[in-house]
Design a protein around this ligand. Structure first.
Ligand SMILES: Cc1cc2nc3c(=O)[nH]c(=O)nc-3n(C[C@H](O)[C@H](O)[C@H](O)COP(=O)(O)O)c2cc1C
Length: 334
């Protein structure tokens, strides 16, 4: 799969998750086999204001490349100006968010609100493409609600305007993240354009990824929530895509050591206080399925010192390993 001149092989992508897919998570996912990673969305207005927080979301290290910066906005001039700033920061691709269902984003006409205003979406996409030399992609939903499903039409004009690829998360804005993604919309979008189509939604294992490609004909698979606390999903899907032997499931030791590594990276990137706090969501995800880890989970949600967090994790490793806990992920100590 290509986005402009960029070759994405195998076509396996870490998607954007606000508050989660920061530089440490992106690095781990690249190491495990993601071919391309996305930053979380940043607002055009915040970028223009040079808000420090906005630029923190875009901090990345070379090891993460190729990397996509994602922008949201509804004012074509602001999007153009923000795109010029992002362009200067050296991403490989710039993506427009036309899928976010959050009230505060939609209220300003951005994110999935663009799906119900195709004229404005065209202006925004055109402004973005004219303001950067990087390939531009757009991430869309099925439509605003069940009665206004328009992803295939929207994809058509996005292609005509000169975008290099389209990602479709086939839920409507009204669905938010509930129910299941309707992959038949991925098939329809794929039929309506010649540029590459990235399928997204509910991929939780290698079988899902292969099934998405086989049933929809999409050119690449994007994984979001399935990678939180589980960067190994990329190792698994990569093996399935390249015809390699399925890798072993991560052991309990590997899970917890990776959690510790991510904590170290987060503290390095964000400082102790924020690093530890923002790592909590990830730790909960790493411990998913380990029922007897509930005490550890509760403790880790209040500890502020990263060294104590690590100590607790190591203690738990011994305890959980001793009880040969297998949990949902089947992890055990070696
Ligand atoms: C907590 C959270 C944050 C998200 N943030 C973004 C975002 O910043 N930009 C975006 O385009 N999509 C965002 N999404 C949507 C995901 O990228 C993806 O389209 C959706 O979760 C479906 O894919 P999945 O089932 O693989 O997670 C977010 C989703 C969640 C649950």
């Amino acid at each position: 799969m290509r986005i402009g001149n960029l070759v994405i092989d195998p076509p396996l992508i870490l998607g954007p998750l606000a508050g989660l897919t920061d530089s440490p998570m992106r690095r781990l996912c690249r190491r495990m086999g993601a071919s391309l990673v996305w930053t979380e969305m940043v607002s055009a207005e915040g970028t223009i204001r040079e808000s420090q927080r906005t630029f923190e979301f875009l901090d990345f290290v070379e090891e993460e490349r190729p990397i996509v910066f994602q922008l949201f906005g509804a004012n074509p001039e602001s999007v153009a100006e923000a795109a010029r700033i992002l362009d200067g920061m050296g991403p490989d691709v710039i993506d427009l968010n036309a899928g976010c269902p959050a009230k505060k984003v939609v209220k300003s006409g951005s994110g999935s609100a663009l799906m119900r205003d195709p004229v404005l979406m065209q202006e925004v996409v055109r402004a973005l493409i004219e303001s950067t030399s990087r390939p531009v992609t757009v991430k869309i939903r099925s439509g605003w609600d069940e009665d206004s499903i328009n992803a295939p039409d929207v994809a058509g004009f996005i292609e005509e305007l000169g975008a290099s690829a389209i990602t479709i998360h086939p839920r409507t804005r009204a669905q938010s993240f509930s129910g299941t993604a309707d992959w038949s919309l991925i098939t329809e979008v794929k039929r309506s354009v010649r540029i590459p189509v990235i399928g997204n939604g509910d991929v939780r294992c290698a079988d899902d990824a292969i099934r998405m490609i086989d049933t929809t004909g999409c050119d690449a698979v994007m994984i979001g929530r399935g990678a939180v606390g589980n960067p190994w999903i990329f190792r698994e899907v990569r093996a399935a895509m390249t015809g390699a032997e399925p890798p072993p499931e991560p052991s309990l030791r590997e899970r917890l050591e990776t959690a510790i590594e991510q904590l170290d990276l987060m503290v390095e990137a964000k400082g102790v206080r924020r690093g530890v706090r923002e790592m909590r969501k990830h730790i909960v995800a790493y411990l998913r399925g380990f029922h007897s880890a509930s005490k550890l989970r509760a403790e880790l949600l209040i500890i502020e010192d990263p060294e104590i967090v690590k100590e607790k994790i190591r203690e738990a490793l011994v305890e959980l390993g001793a009880s040969r806990e297998t949990g949902a992920g089947g992890g055990e100590t070696k």
